[in-house]
Unconditional design. Structure first.
Length: 425
């Protein structure tokens, strides 16, 4: 028998708080009817009904063109659960009628990144200009739709659709019934969602809503590949946690979650979406839900703050209640790592009115050291490179026309990078 593992969703605020540690009890409702976008800094949760959207369009940067399908479903054992099903069609002419008998295999999201959703998975292997839903023209830098898809909605009806283009940060979506009737065209502009990394579109309403801004973890249902008793990999729905764009996660296994330190895992942080995933709990038909008591997760948000998560309890689909411990480890960076070239770094004045100064000390001189400014969603707002000497260095950030808010200044790159929080007044 296949072993099924599920993860639940956080909905309520902290009930016990001890220093930087807090015990949080959360529910996503009976049958996991909702998904949610969770922020670690203040336990803010934005619940979104599974049925409220169909496609998620990435809004990070002007060039990113990731498009995912909503794989969330409620969990009702023994009953047929309405869900969205995405297929690639053989059609090359949008006006042609689509026969469901000719549809290709069902498409699922890739769990590696939001930039590689189910629509992007249709790309031809080895073709760097094939985006799955369309093609990139390196001459004029345009993105033009090249494939037609079909989606089965939760009520059983079908729609055909294609992304006609993505230009100037605007997606153009064209959709209709399979016979071409009730054709609609919708434009989804990234600028309309400045604080959210995803724009969520509903075929039922024809409207687009925001995934909310500054969230760190997505809690909800999605498909992943699980192995059955015969060794076959099957796409199976689970309930789990996916990290937001710009968030990095490291998993610590075979440890004491209450005492494990993040320093041993500083080189293990990864932007892959499903590092936390669904398997911090398992179900035993004799004993019920079992929580892994030797696993902890370190989550680094785009502002450089690190949090430790340790799941404690889960009550199942009847209530959807889970309990976990969250520890704020502070605003940390690779300066704390003995492997880092940085000895220290700071930014002043902070809050910033016009210009800001970054001061840092290097163990070794470094040419073309990257210096970047990003918002909390990981969007690049400004970048440059500087030549830095061994020892103390000072550089000035330009007076950028940034709106008031919080930003992240990053020195270096990859695992040897310093992240400094900058507040713009």
């Amino acid at each position: 028998m296949m072993r099924i593992r599920l993860l639940t969703l956080m909905f309520v605020s902290v009930v016990i708080s001890l220093s930087a540690q807090s015990f949080v009890q959360i529910s996503n409702g009976s049958g996991y009817a909702d998904q949610a976008y969770f922020r670690l800094s203040d336990d803010a949760v934005t619940p979104v009904a599974n049925e409220s959207w169909g496609l998620a369009f990435s809004t990070i940067g002007l060039s990113d063109a990731g498009i995912s399908v909503n794989e969330s479903t409620t969990s009702v054992f023994g009953q047929s659960v309405p869900e969205l099903e995405l297929y690639l069609t053989e059609a090359t002419d949008f006006s042609a009628t689509i026969d469901t008998a000719t549809l290709g295999p069902r498409l699922f999201n890739d769990e590696s990144s939001w930039e590689n959703g189910a629509l992007n998975g249709a790309a031809a292997p080895g073709d760097p200009f094939d985006l799955g839903w369309g093609a990139y023209n390196p001459v004029n830098h345009s993105l033009t739709g090249s494939r037609i898809f079909a989606i089965r909605l939760r009520d059983g009806s079908f729609r055909k659709f294609m992304i006609e283009s993505m230009a100037g940060g605007v997606y153009t979506l064209r959709y209709a019934n399979l016979d071409g009737s009730d054709e609609q065209t919708v434009q989804i502009a990234k600028d309309d969602f400045p604080d959210a990394p995803l724009a969520l579109f509903s075929f039922e309403t024809g409207k687009t809503l925001s995934s909310t801004g500054a969230w760190d973890l997505f809690f909800g249902r999605y498909y992943t590949k699980l192995e059955d008793d015969e060794g076959n990999l099957l796409d199976y729905p689970v309930t789990g946690v996916l990290s937001a764009p710009g968030v990095e996660v490291a998993e610590a296994v075979n440890v004491d979650p209450t005492s494990v330190e993040y320093e041993a895992y500083v080189d293990s942080f990864n932007t892959r979406l499903d590092i936390i995933g669904y398997d911090w709990k398992s179900f035993d038909f004799a004993g019920g839900w079992i929580i892994a008591n030797d696993v902890a997760y370190f989550v680094k948000t785009p502002d450089g703050r690190i949090w430790k998560l340790h799941f404690i309890d889960f009550e199942g689909s009847s209530t959807g209640v889970s309990t976990f411990e969250k520890t704020d480890l502070g605003l940390l960076s690779s300066v704390a790592s003995p492997h880092s070239n940085f000895a220290e770094a700071s930014l002043f004045p902070n809050p910033v009115v016009n210009e800001a100064t970054v001061a840092f000390t290097l163990k070794r001189a470094q040419n073309e050291l990257p210096l970047q400014i990003q918002n909390l969603n990981g969007q690049m707002l400004w970048s440059a490179t500087i030549d830095a000497a061994t020892g103390f260095n000072v550089t000035t950030l330009p007076a950028l026309n940034l709106p008031a808010g919080m930003y992240v200044v990053t020195l270096g790159q990859g695992k040897d990078a310093v992240h400094l929080k900058m507040v713009r007044k």
